[in-house]
Write a protein that binds this ligand. Structure first.
Ligand code: KG4
Ligand code: ZN
Length: 346
């Protein structure tokens, strides 16, 4: 039998991406094979503004998306006619960018007469562990990105129970804001992690918000404020100070996450039974300190720890294509009226 190939398009934020994924061969295989994974970051366009500018993002997506799709097809050695589906992130995200991807996907689906798969960007992050590791349901997901922080019991495709979320900043957002405050480049996560390597995490006594709370929710704005107060108190900041502040912040975030995951693991049993694994996804899952802490925690709980390789942590087209495959297998296709959604809880 011929392999199924699905194109995935991602334009919800500041990465333009197109990828082609096929399910791995074999009976009962859940894993996927990434045949092409083209990502073009717009960081350079937005860096001067210290954050993503929606109008600039949408224009940049328009300028490069066609070429990226052509290149992905080329890499995979496929023609449009040979695809089995066109998957696109239809939200949540910046509406201008989402529209660029969705209109492109609809046009391709119409012209090539292929099924359209309007994928939820967050659901795609959530299912990436199945693409890479063939993970079985149910598992506990920590989804942490620039816009979202959630702990979710992933019971099946389209079957998710949220166990906790942030009541203020997303974790990635907190990293980005702290970086900006300390004069580091955008996006802040990787910069803060790099600086933290040389820093002393104990020099500043920073709070661990929500520690010990019964529900697995997050709050990060108090930590960010405490860090700002410390930074202002010792200004002007030397490189050493910045390193210590970054190390202190990162250590506090890791402590908070581990505590919240502990609560979510306890709640998981009530809604989904025994998890197959603890999974980290979203851009923040690229953080090494966080990965190490979660791996240790999963080990103690007797669970596997699964986090996508770095290039599949941040936004990419492969995760969209894979979510499309999962939906296509279940017959969950969409028609040309599928809406672009700025907000789309999952
Ligand atoms: O999933 P993602 O690529 O985009 C969305 O927000 O959907 O996540 C980007 C976020 C940014 O806030 C970025 O600062 C953060 O992930 N991030 C990190 C690291 N790499 C990226 N945060 C902490 N440590 C990192 N190494
Ligand atoms: Zn994302």
């Amino acid at each position: 039998t011929r392999r199924m190939n699905v194109l995935g398009i991602e334009t919800t934020c500041d990465e333009t991406a197109a990828a082609i994924v096929a399910p791995a061969e074999g009976e009962g295989e859940t894993r996927g094979i990434v045949r092409a994974n083209e990502v073009l970051s717009q960081i350079a366009e937005h860096a001067a503004y210290g954050g993503v500018v929606p109008e600039i993002a949408a224009r940049a997506h328009v300028e490069v998306l066609d070429r990226l799709i052509a290149r992905a097809l080329d890499r995979a050695g496929l023609r449009l006619a040979e695809l089995d589906g066109i998957a696109v992130a239809a939200g949540p995200g910046l509406i201008g960018g989402v529209l660029v991807g969705l209109v492109t996907a609809k046009t391709l689906a119409l012209v090539a007469r292929k099924p359209l798969l309007a994928v939820n960007h967050l659901e795609a992050h959530a299912l990436t562990a199945r693409l890479t590791d063939g993970l079985a349901f149910p598992y506990l997901l920590l989804l942490a990105s620039g816009g979202h922080t959630q702990l979710v019991a992933v019971k099946g495709v389209g079957d998710y129970v949220r166990l906790g979320s942030t009541i203020d900043d997303a974790i990635g957002e907190a990293f980005d804001k702290v970086a900006k405050l300390l004069g580091l480049a955008y996006p802040g996560g990787p910069e803060v992690e790099r600086m933290a390597e040389a820093g002393d995490p104990e020099r500043f006594a920073l709070p661990r918000p929500m520690l010990g709370r019964k529900r697995a929710d997050f709050s990060l704005s108090g930590l960010k404020t405490a860090l700002r107060i410390e930074a202002e108190r010792i200004a002007p900041l030397a490189e050493r100070d910045v390193a210590d502040l970054c190390a202190g912040f990162q250590a506090a975030v890791v402590d908070v996450v581990v505590d919240r995951v502990r609560v979510a693991l306890r709640d998981f049993a009530n809604v989904a039974g025994h998890p197959t694994a603890l999974v980290a996804a979203g851009g923040v899952a690229a953080n090494g300190a966080l990965r190490r802490a979660l791996a240790a925690q999963a080990g103690e709980a007797g669970l596997a720890f699964v986090a996508p390789p770095l290039n599949l942590c941040g936004d990419n087209g492969a995760m969209i294509a894979w979510a499309g495959i999962e939906r296509l297998r279940l017959g969950l296709t969409d028609d040309l009226t599928a809406p672009a959604r700025a907000r789309w809880p999952f």
